[in-house]
Design a protein around this ligand. Structure first.
Ligand SMILES: *[C@@H]1O[C@H](CO)[C@@H](O)[C@H](O)[C@H]1NC(C)=O
Ligand SMILES: *[C@@H]1O[C@H](CO)[C@@H](O)[C@H](O)[C@H]1NC(C)=O
Length: 566
């Protein structure tokens, strides 16, 4: 990491300023219209400062993706042979000619850039609106987010020099608008009193009678209650938008729900971009409390880290989504599992940017990290509701290099109606999913025809309980609903499997999907009822085999142990 950054820096200082005479600019990215909910206020002030990032073309991203699949596919000879930071960087570090071309352009234009990623494939620089307008032959504009009044400077199209076309993936933030806070998956989380009804069928564990708790999940999925033993095993929880995980709430939750755990059981904190983790009880976040209580409280004895990403993100509109991955990529031993219960509609992010983020997940996956995200809570209409005429896939669930987790409810489990699922418009069907997806589409016939992209990557991949999940927040006990519950629960199961794999001297699971869609499929409880309505349709229906509501199903720990070879 250090090496790449240094090379870049020295090239920067050596490059001499030679102005280009002719400017040959080519349109690089554009969007057709201003996204819903934003209004133009006219040209941005010339002297406003922009923090721009540029993504440089990576040397061999196909090679990285092939290497990822090679080490993640159980039938491969290299299964489990995860890559080192240096090995990953060899694929993603820009070619020397790319660095030369970009540095020449920067210096011609009096710009000084800094490396923002371990491989130096992201650079950042500051400039003014008037300079950026000229550099990219565009007109940066002030847009107002109607609901919040927040102003943001963006453009609808930009060009780059023809000489950089083979060297630059994108300039950001340009055509990708900030995710309004209401588009973040976690926001619909509502804190409810525990129901007095009966959630369960006759045969269900009585611990699941009124709410889902760690004890109930242990019985339902066969999750062990015994402590994990491997201290090198790490389970990381992402925290964004000032959602703080409260230690007192965790303690109170464990005191009620995990009497068998030591009362000092807690999590460690990592921060970036100015992140904090206020312990003021009134500031305890529902999302963060949920994520911490269903990792520490389910992955018994696995060291859990809460990673709080602050508001000083280096990645513009991405709210720290790219920063946290670059932060973990730079670590010599990144966490073996990362769970994230945030996301947004795919169409809010430019294709090029979605690709770049997805490739960052491929890098971390190649290092041996299982990356899990909640699929979203808007059924087939994504994180926006109702008005849609075509289904809206969520990001990053459409990215083929992460694991998307949908939600179920009740015992016997059935799909939760809000469980986002469907097909990406940006990413094609990954090889590991071809057979499972084709089988579903055959059964589907012409239902919902024209409302989704049949060639896109289907999601979610798996599911777990996401309705009536008991938590403690700001000292109060209640329940929450959301795929936000399902991701930490599934991540905890993966961490407990990793604990046993490490103890047996075996590699951890890493990128899960090639395993899940092959030897892992029969180790999951196939969910075959319920649907995810939206956009004035019934959405998709959960059915035998993979489906875009509950994926391949929910965990069965005993069967998963066998499937991973223990
Ligand atoms: C829920 O149903 C189970 C099984 O029928 C029963 O044993 C339990 O008492 C019921 N709980 C409540 C709160 O009604
Ligand atoms: C459908 O998905 C594919 C990716 O598989 C993509 O290339 C294509 O542009 C998508 N179509 C639309 C209309 O978004």
């Amino acid at each position: 990491m250090v090496k790449a950054a240094l090379i870049l820096a020295s090239l920067l200082s050596l490059a001499c300023a030679k102005p280009h005479s002719a400017r040959d600019l080519r349109l690089h990215e554009r969007r057709d219209d201003v996204p819903d909910g934003f209004t133009s206020k006219g040209p941005a002030p010339d002297d406003s400062v922009l923090n721009l990032r540029i993504a440089l073309k990576q040397t061999d991203i196909t090679g990285l993706q092939d290497a990822l699949l090679d080490v993640s596919t159980p039938s491969s000879a290299n299964y489990g042979q995860h890559l080192s930071l240096e090995e990953v960087n060899q694929f993603v570090v820009p070619k020397p000619e790319t660095i030369t071309a970009v540095n020449a352009w920067l210096s011609t234009n009096d710009l000084t850039a800094t490396a923002l990623s371990p491989a130096g494939d992201w650079l950042g620089f500051q400039t003014t609106v008037s300079h950026a307008n000229e550099l990219f032959d565009t007109q940066f504009t002030t847009f107002v987010h109607d609901a919040t009044g927040t102003e943001t400077i963006r453009t609808l199209a930009y060009s780059i020099p023809a000489s950089l076309q083979d060297h630059l993936d994108l300039v950001h933030p340009t055509i990708t608008f900030p995710a309004p806070q209401n588009a973040v998956i976690s926001t619909p989380l509502k804190f409810k009193p525990i129901s007095t009804g009966n959630l369960t069928a006759d045969a269900a564990p009585t611990s699941c009678n009124t709410a889902f708790t760690p004890t109930c999940l242990q019985e339902l999925y066969g999750i062990p209650t015994t402590l994990a033993t491997q201290s090198s095993n790490k389970l990381a929880v992402s925290g964004f938008i000032d959602q703080f995980a409260n230690s007192a709430d965790l303690k109170s939750f464990l005191t009620t729900n995990r009497k068998d755990l030591s009362s000092s059981t807690t999590f460690t904190l990592q921060t970036l971009d100015g992140g904090t983790n206020s312990q003021t009880l009134s500031q305890a976040g529902i999302e963060a409390d949920l994520d911490i209580q269903y990792t520490v409280g389910v992955a018994s004895g696995v060291p859990v880290t809460f990673i709080s990403v602050g508001d000083n993100f280096q990645d513009g509109a991405l709210e720290g989504f790219l920063d946290i991955i670059n932060f973990l990529l730079a670590e010599s031993a990144p966490p073996q599992v990362l769970t994230t219960s945030y996301g947004q509609n795919e169409n809010t992010i430019s294709r090029a940017l979605a690709n770049t983020l997805c490739n960052a997940y491929a890098q971390l996956g190649a290092r041996g990290t299982s990356i899990l995200f909640a699929s979203g809570d808007g059924g087939v209409s994504g994180s926006q509701s109702a008005r849609c005429t075509t289904f809206v896939p969520t990001f990053p669930s459409g990215c083929p290099f992460m694991t998307s987790v949908g939600a179920t409810q009740n015992v016997a489990e059935t799909a939760a109606s809000f469980s986002s699922g469907g097909f990406s418009n940006y990413f094609g069907t990954p090889s590991y999913q071809t057979t499972a997806k084709a089988a579903f589409l055959t059964k589907l016939g012409t239902t919902n025809s024209g409302k989704f992209n049949t060639s896109g990557r289907g999601f979610p991949d798996v599911a777990a309980i996401g309705v009536d999940v008991e938590i403690v927040n700001a000292g109060q006990t209640g329940t929450v609903d959301g795929t936000s519950c399902a991701s930490p629960i599934f991540a905890s199961v993966v961490s407990l499997l990793n604990d046993r794999l490490i103890a047996a001297g075996k590699p951890v699971l890493g990128f899960l999907n090639p395993f899940l869609y092959s030897t892992g499929a029969s180790a999951l409880n196939d969910i075959t009822s319920g649907d995810n309505p939206g956009c004035n349709t019934n959405g998709f229906t959960a059915t035998a085999g993979w489906d875009p509501v509950t994926g391949l199903g929910t965990p069965n720990f005993a069967k998963l142990l066998t499937a991973v070879g223990l």
